[in-house]
Design a protein around this ligand. Structure first.
Ligand code: UDP
Length: 369
């Protein structure tokens, strides 16, 4: 008999497993994929750590989380500074003095602030949706060129129908700082995320290619407590209806050239280009292999966003009103499952960043005593 069966070996599951194992509990981790690490899984292609389920750039202000991870990896000095490509015009992200200069020719922070103040006048009152929030933060020009097309592609919804908080993830700065995140700590695990997660799971029994929901009773019989990190609505067989997710499809290519786009991430912010962004994975590690040699080839991934349907991988919860209400109903059911803990982006239906997932898992562990 195991003390804990952990369903899913992504970050939530891995932290739980590591903590419980360290506390002397008997733990079994299962995952329906052939590999550990959930969506942070990285795969080595010609010396490049390819982020198989989308780019993951670790960043946090939470010192406890940062310190915790140091036992399992070394982080490099990568700082995310994506470039926006709007019909061939390139802009710096996040929105900062370089962006404002390119957009309007303004040179000083005061000039930029005046331009934005003029453009935000069209929004009166508290912004009620993503469009109003964006215009009130950076004005209509930036909204039209750098936000509207990208957001509508990513979410498949009009900016007026999306919650304002999504755009507040991005900093707006009146300085020449291209760091996409407001975080004290940032970096990519040297050797890839898979290596980091493998280290977290050291000593823990892991079984891959095992689908919990396909044989739930069998698995439940093996452990005193279940930690479930899959989609909460799937756990309940969608009996209250489907929660909406966005899914992502990647078109990945190995190219026989050393440098395709000169940056890890280029966002295509117009509406017409079908992909949202292109990731060139080698730049997460400065174009070098683990021995420090320049890599002669490169791997790129074009990212296409789509509405999730059964059978697809869910990536992003759509935290609008309808889904939030439906989630609350599922959560009420989940609270009645005495021996099951629901956790992570899918288990809690939250647009969590990696550090928030880890923080949530560490907190939950404390609650378990
Ligand atoms: N966003 C945008 N233009 C960009 C990048 C982001 O309008 O070039 C908006 C978009 O609405 C997106 C949100 O900012 O959904 C959050 O972007 P983030 O990069 O945090 O998303 P993630 O990396 O989680 O996909």
């Amino acid at each position: 008999m195991y003390n804990f069966l952990i369903v899913g070996s992504g970050l939530y599951g891995a932290v739980m497993a590591q903590q419980m194992h360290a506390a002397g509990k008997k733990v079994l981790v299962i995952d329906k994929r052939p590999n550990i690490a959930g969506n942070v899984y990285t795969e080595n292609v010609e010396g490049i750590h390819v982020h198989k389920y989308g780019a993951h750039i670790f960043h946090t202000n939470n010192k406890k989380v940062w310190d915790y991870l140091q036992a399992f990896t070394v982080f490099n000095r990568f700082t995310n500074s994506p470039v926006a490509n709007y019909k061939g015009e390139l802009y710096s992200l996040p929105f900062n003095m370089y962006t404002f200069n390119k957009m309007w020719g303004v040179v000083t922070p005061e000039e930029a602030a005046a331009k934005i103040a003029e453009q935000r006048k069209e929004i009166t009152g508290v912004p009620r949706n993503l469009e109003e929030q964006a215009i009130s933060l950076v004005g209509r020009d930036i909204f039209e060129k750098l936000i509207k097309g990208y957001t509508e592609k990513q979410w498949g919804r009009d900016c007026k129908d999306l919650p304002a908080f999504i755009i507040r993830r991005l900093p707006v700065r009146y300085t020449f700082d291209n760091n996409y995140f407001n975080a004290l700590y940032q970096g990519i695990p040297v050797g890839g995320y898979t290596k980091m997660v493998a280290k977290m799971l050291e000593g823990v029994e892991v079984r891959l290619n095992e689908d919990y929901l396909a044989d739930k009773a069998k698995w439940d019989a093996l452990a005193e407590k279940i930690i479930y990190t899959g989609p909460i609505d799937a756990y309940f067989h969608y009996k209250l209806g489907y929660l909406e997710y966005r899914s992502v499809r990647f078109e990945t290519e190995l190219l026989d050239m050393p440098n395709y786009q000169g940056n890890a991430a280029v966002n295509y912010t117009d509406r017409e280009t079908p992909w949202t962004r292109i990731i060139e994975h080698k730049w997460f590690e400065f174009g070098k292999d683990e021995a420090g040699n320049d890599l002669p080839k490169t791997v790129i991934s074009r990212e296409y966003s789509s509405e999730w349907k059964p059978g697809d991988e869910p990536y992003y919860p759509v935290n609008d009103e309808r889904n939030s209400a439906l989630y609350a109903s599922y959560k009420a059911l989940a609270d009645k499952e005495d021996n099951v803990i629901f956790g992570g982006r899918l288990g809690e239906y939250k647009y969590y960043d990696m550090d928030q997932v880890i923080a949530a898992a560490l907190e939950r562990v404390e609650g378990l005593g």
